[in-house]
Design a protein. Structure first.
Length: 472
């Protein structure tokens, strides 16, 4: 089992001295024991090189410092969804979702129920200590009636509802094959916990289905008890509310999960993309602008075409052989206010798709310019529609402001919706991001099924190229 744990823990002091041999958990915390039993199961089943542990937000978020297996960190509550993705992408992997009560039973309630009902072979280790441990001791979905927490200083009452019994809830679903609740408060219960965790992992190894082990664990810090007193509290207070034992254990034929393919032509076909070679017009990546990676934010009101313009930029970059990402953000403003998209273009590989500090901003309305203009980096570029923005805000003096009559031009061409294409023409003229031919080609590509619109969109782009001029 020692091989499953890293020889040194680098959570504190860079893995030097005594702290290289101790976890970050508080004295008496149940997570340490659960880690031990999970490592034991992985070791005894011989699956170290196949195991992927999913740890979301919570006390166990630093699981990756201790267990020498594959790891993915998920957003709060999203571990089951991430686990499903891992399992379906690699059916041979043994995927273990390690979650606390606040994470699994509150933020992630929808995810755990849907994953369990699907029944795909996964293992969920659910540590229930009846409180939000990491974030300050707030009431959790499993907090007991009468239990005081940071958010229930007078005790959980009728208004806060009764605690959720997750093991029973999940056991009633059709998907799971094995659900058991165990505890850690004495040697006998620890033996049972160890066996339950191993069984839940083994069932996945055999391809039998979804298995969940709920573990009643101690949190002495937020209970304001000593470790020994916390063990007695779990035994005397928690167990009557959360009875121990097997809640579901059924025989199921092994799953035959479909094998995914990552062959380029198959993926392209599934996405409706083309595998035909695209003519490239760039001689090199446009390093003259902002180096080897360019962050572009495109923003406007719903219907302004911000998302389409962003997608066109990303596809243009990909056609030229560069890496690109497009992250849309619709939000409640999709029909008014500001809807935006982030585009990252990299010479080699995009490492982070978000653009909190864009090099380039294309803004189709005043709220978008006011909201994102101040975020543009010094020396950056802002292209805005002066047809609807009469007076641009004051920005960093080094930021270049370029106005274009997007809306007016589009109306003059008889197609009011193509003002976004006019703006892209102005962007090309102002920056030289890609050659004109690159944009004209991707416009034709994106309108392949609407050939009647190609000419007017290419005309709008050309008009934008000609009409670009600095803001006065």
């Amino acid at each position: 089992m020692s091989a499953i744990f890293y020889p040194r823990f680098e959570r504190h002091a860079h893995g030097e001295g005594l702290k290289a041999r101790s976890t970050h958990y508080c004295p008496g915390c149940g997570h340490g024991l659960v880690h031990k039993y999970l490592a034991s199961a992985i070791d005894e089943l011989g699956i170290q090189d196949r195991t992927v542990a999913i740890s979301p937000v919570g006390c166990a978020v630093f699981l990756h410092y201790y267990l020498d297996v594959g790891h993915t960190q998920a957003a709060h509550g999203r571990a089951p969804a991430v686990a499903l993705g891992q399992k379906l992408a690699n059916p041979d992997a043994i995927v273990i979702s390690y979650q606390g009560d606040g994470d699994l039973a509150s933020i992630g309630l929808a995810e755990i129920l849907q994953a369990a009902q699907m029944g795909v072979p996964l293992t969920v280790v659910f540590v229930n200590n009846a409180v939000y441990g990491m974030t300050g001791g707030q009431m959790a979905p499993t907090t007991l009636v009468g239990q005081t927490t940071a958010t229930t200083p007078f005790g959980r009452g009728r208004l806060e509802g009764a605690p959720l019994k997750m093991a029973e809830l999940i056991a009633h679903l059709d998907g799971p094959v094995y659900v058991e609740r165990v505890a850690l408060y004495d040697a006998k219960q620890r033996v049972r916990a160890r066996k339950a965790i191993k069984k839940a992992v083994r069932l996945q190894l055999e391809g039998r289905g979804f298995a969940l082990v709920e573990i009643l664990a101690e949190c002495p810090v937020h209970l304001h008890l000593t470790p020994r007193e916390a063990q007695a509290w779990v035994r005397d207070r928690m167990v009557p509310v959360f009875p121990l034992g097997v809640k579901k254990d059924v025989t199921s034929p092994p799953w035959e999960l479909p094998r995914p393919t990552f062959e380029p032509s198959a993926v392209a076909a599934a996405l409706g993309a083309t595998t035909q070679a695209v003519t490239r017009h760039c001689r090199a990546f446009p390093r003259h602008l902002f180096g080897s990676e360019i962050a572009i934010k495109v923003a406007g009101a719903g219907g302004d075409g911000a998302q389409t313009a962003a997608l066109l930029l990303a596809r243009a970059a990909i056609n030229e052989g560069f890496d690109a990402t497009h992250i849309p953000s619709y939000g409640p403003e999709s029909r008014g206010g500001t809807s935006y998209a982030d585009v990252r273009i990299a010479e080699v590989e995009v490492l982070s798709p978000a653009c909190p500090r864009p090099h380039v901003l294309v803004a189709f309305n005043a709220p978008s310019l006011a909201k994102f203009g101040p975020d543009v980096v010094p020396g950056g570029l802002v292209v805005y529609d002066r047809s609807v923005v009469a007076r641009p805000p004051r920005l960093d003096p080094s930021v270049r402001l370029v106005g274009v009559d997007g809306a007016e031009t589009a109306i003059a061409l008889g197609q009011p919706l193509i003002k976004n294409i006019v703006a892209l023409g102005a962007l090309q003229a102002a920056s030289g991001l890609f050659p004109v031919e690159t944009f004209q080609a991707v416009i034709a590509q994106m309108l392949e099924e609407k050939p009647a619109l190609v000419a007017v969109n290419q005309a709008a782009f050309a008009w934008g190229v000609r009409s670009e001029r600095p803001a006065s």
